[in-house]
Design a protein around this ligand. Structure first.
Ligand code: CP
Ligand code: NVA
Length: 307
């Protein structure tokens, strides 16, 4: 069982840059361990509770498979089947669930909900996506960049599209991993003003996508309508029509530029039909790296290595 004040991973700011680098390097090692089919079970007798209040493919499979492959167990909890979905207070749920498991991951709507859960949890809590942040995806994305191009420190990244949870986590990543970030979002869909202001030294709003990608080593986008915004889909398609990432836009970036998307992707909208199969696209590596990066994150939180 964990100590009385567990470490949590609610945003990238919860780990130091040094600790984040440890997680990325460990993720690369754990990928090699898995690829060499070496049995490695540091999570024996450890249980992960996975609370999902939104849909998921990659996050659920990567956490559940990762726990099983490293000798532990995962429990999938949906609001349909638990009292969380019937109004039991988050604080009570946190006290109870965290008294029975070793680590918890939560995907939900308001970021304040994971903060409240964490405040009452006896064990580490991982944010597996809120309306505001998606830090686990960034671990996989940075791992992917490092594997393809080496350190991301000092590089230029461009975010195209909605100023959403992924964009916010890229802003935090710019600070923690020391890169420059151009943000190209239309009016009305800009990232959080305070977050932009806090990172004004390295994060710049460049609303024209063609201008924004010039000099970029990595171009990233995401769906125009996140989970919970389904009713806004049509209005957003109009607002974002000039913000599609396609090979022609990528040609304006650095010749070695990579393209990332956390998936699921909507071809013909935020990406052209041919973008995901373009040689510059590493989207499926990003998806696989969710598995390795989250194993490394859980090792960090559960086993508390000297970093
Ligand atoms: N990228 C990502 O988090 O995917 P899922 O919604 O499928 O988990
Ligand atoms: N911004 C998207 C990411 C999905 C992984 C959403 O929140 O739906």
């Amino acid at each position: 069982m964990s100590n009385s004040s567990p470490r949590h991973f609610l945003t990238l700011l919860d780990l130091t840059p040094n600790e984040l680098h440890w997680v990325i390097q460990r993720a690369i090692e754990l990928k090699q361990i898995r690829n060499s089919k070496t049995l490695y079970e540091p999570f024996r007798n450890q249980v992960l509770a996975m609370i999902f209040q939104k849909s998921s493919t990659r996050t659920r499979v990567s956490f559940e498979a990762g726990m099983a492959q490293q000798g532990g167990h995962a429990i999938f909890l949906s609001p349909r089947d638990t009292h969380l979905g019937r109004g039991e207070p988050i604080a009570d749920s946190a006290r109870v669930i965290s008294s029975m498991v070793d680590i918890v991951m939560i995907r939900t709507f308001a970021h304040a909900q994971v903060e409240e859960f964490a405040a009452h949890s006896k064990v580490p809590v991982i944010n597996a996506l809120t309306d505001d942040y998606h830090p686990c995806q960034l671990l996989a994305d940075i791992q992917t960049f490092v594997e393809h191009r080496g350190s991301i420190s000092g590089k230029t990244v461009t975010w195209i599209g909605d100023g959403n949870n992924m964009c916010h986590s890229f802003i935090n990543a710019a600070k923690q991993f020391n890169f420059k970030l151009n943000v190209a979002c239309p009016d009305g869909y800009l990232p959080n003003t305070q977050l932009m202001a806090n990172n004004a030294d390295r994060v710049h709003l460049v609303q024209d996508p063609k201008q924004a990608v010039i000099g970029s080593h990595l171009v990233v986008t995401d769906t125009w309508a996140s989970m919970g915004q389904e009713d806004e889909k049509k209005a957003r398609e109009t607002a974002f029509e000039d913000y599609q990432v396609n090979p022609t836009l990528m040609d304006l970036a650095e010749p070695e530029a990579l393209f990332m998307h956390c998936l699921p992707a909507y071809r013909g909208l935020e990406v052209s039909h041919d973008m995901l199969s373009d040689p510059r696209s590493v989207v499926y590596d990003e998806a696989e790296n969710r598995l390795h990066a989250q194993k490394a994150l859980m090792e960090f939180l559960l086993l508390q290595p000297q970093v």
